[in-house]
Design a protein around this ligand. Sequence first.
Ligand code: AMP
Length: 420
Amino acid sequence: MTATFSAPKGTYDLLPPESEAFLAVREAMAAPLRRAGYGYIETPTFEHTALFERGVGESTDVVSKEMYSFTTRGGDNLSLKPEGTAGVVRAVVQHRLYAGQLPVKLWYSGSYYRYERPQAGRYRHFSQVGAEALGVDDPALDAEIVSLGAQIYRDLGLTQVRLLLNSLGDAECRPVYRARLVEFLSGLDLDAETRKRIEINPLRVLDDKRPEVVAQVGDAPVMADSLCDDCKAHYDLVRGYLADLGVTWEETPRLVRGLDYYTRTTFEFVHDGLGSQSAVGGGGRYDGLSEQVGGPQLPGVGWALGVDRTVLALKAESVEITAGAGCEVFAVPLGAAAKQCLVPVVADLRRRGVAADLAYGDRGLKGAMKAADRSGASIAIVVGERDLEAGVAQVKDLGTGGQEPVALDELLETIEKRLR
Ligand code: AMP
């Protein structure tokens, strides 16, 4: 007996018609980026593991525990990409894109892989659209990135997306803050694992949801009180631009992100209808990442929006999103000669930009009309032997049920006129 297969745990198949919403979301995320001067970039699905495991900075679960890593037959250590930014920065450095006009603005769309515990809205294979702007340290660019994200959710018709904003400081003030935080956390009554976490990534402890931890970290120092003058000035300017752009946000001094490379401006878009996996997108500035992957000093800011979760958010708010690719005209041939006549008609309609399909499989009239109804088309073209003899096709309005014969040589024009 042959084994039957199902998709691996934590993954799902995207099937029509729901897949249309997915495509429409992707398009809604990409279009504003193109208009804002972002060029499309595609990097490989896998990269050298060391690109993600840089061995500097803080360690996060995404990189230390959740990567799909493997050794190839040739002995290379590779990982499926858990996020998009590292690969993009690697490509910018490798191809010296920074030697041209700055900022280098790029957008991407793809699949990402994390070995996470699957739950509603959290998958092991998921999809993001991302934007990155590199080479210019300008607070107005942070504001552009953030506001593009906010605009995308607004344009999709979502009303329950909130923007959480924070600054994580830079190489000057972050270590000072980190030391203060470690000192504070070390004095608390915490279990061994959390104590270990203090050494690896103390900011993460602030994000711990367990009540016994929450109760103790209420008075922990926050980054906002420790920002150096440059970081403070930068953050003030970002907020000023955002206000000018009409973006609203919530100051979130404890916002911590799942990746280690963020500096200064950091943000997350959350949706209130999604339960525990509420983040629909997020990003921030990552000055220093380029140097970490062997490149020149190259400041950067960007975000990644989760396509899967944005589709869930639309569902949660009952927002219908139309992708438009549905069938408009359905052709029903009754007999071989009628099929010979209608096959080219369908092709001609498609060439004219009409979404058209045909009842394949020589079904009888009843079955074929059922297929026509299911297709979502508004018009059916029915041709039988007698119609062929008379040189006509029956054009049926599937909404009203009304039907009239149309001369075959006027068929394409008539249909087009009816649709537009
Ligand atoms: P991150 O790179 O962790 O900041 O993720 C950016 C966005 O990608 C999140 O806000 C989510 O919308 C989405 N995302 C991250 N991880 C997953 C996952 N395991 N399953 C589905 N979506 C995810």
